[in-house]
Design a protein around this ligand. Sequence first.
Ligand SMILES: [Zn+2]
Length: 326
Amino acid sequence: MDAADAGRLWRRIACLGLGSLLLHVGTTLAGQLHSVLPITEKPGLFIIQNGCVLEEMVHINDEVRIRLSNCTAQPGTIDNPIAGRVSRVGWQQSATHQVELRIALVGPECITTKLVDENQDHFLVSIYRCGGGDPATTLNLLSVHGLALAIPVQGMNLEMFIDQSLGYVPTKDLVRDGLPNFGSMRGDWQGRPRLHQGIDIYVDSANVMAAADGTVTQAMTGRYSGRHVKIRHSATVSTVYAHLKRTLVRKGDQVSRGQVIATIDGPTGNAIESQLHFELQVNGKKVDPYHYIKQNPALPIELQEKIRRYEQKLIEAAEIRAQLVR
Ligand SMILES: [Zn+2]
């Protein structure tokens, strides 16, 4: 072995040593992607992880790709994690210590995404729907006694409204929060059963709008309802908005359809999760808005079917809840 050979051999040994050292350090320091959790009320996906580093997010047409470095993961997929927005999310190891997530969006509607490194435990991918499509389906929620009522949450279209009301089963505390539909049980867990006489729309950080022109007849704070507002639209029709954070109107104010009257920011009153409790009163009697929504001529057939599917799911959820209460 001459000097040059010895030099090459030495460099080779050093290289191997350094390589295995790097591999060792990399193995002990690599983060891990644990799971992906769909959240429908924001809506978006929590990427539950520990120590992974966000490299990039690329959003092209109907697919979002997220690359994480210093990361390991067992491959996984979830089908249809967010109805109407995400049809599939999958992740796998794409290189040593590199994980790639692919989020397939429901096309061709306009969807925008935002990635936030929320804390050490998870990243949040928010998935918004922009625009809102046909104004008729966006604005007209229902018609009662000749009065057209708009969706009471700013920027929400009909499908989102359905997904976030009938389509939402509370995950934090199903017993105390109860199911979102009209006629679901409340107070039974305290031995004082009563029926829920409105519908809950699970939203957070949202503006609440007057569903139609009218006069504010109440703007106050209740023990169970948090801040709430009641609007009288005609001699026979009124609406109530509860679990508000801030009200922007006073008793006696005239409001117009679509005017922002309050904000939702976290749960208030006896709500566990952030939500808008929306009530429709006809001739002084609380009625199920979905009774009228289902008669909305602008309701596309796929949304009619969606409502039927959600109603079926709610029957099953009510049975699960009843067992928890017992
Ligand atoms: Zn409610």
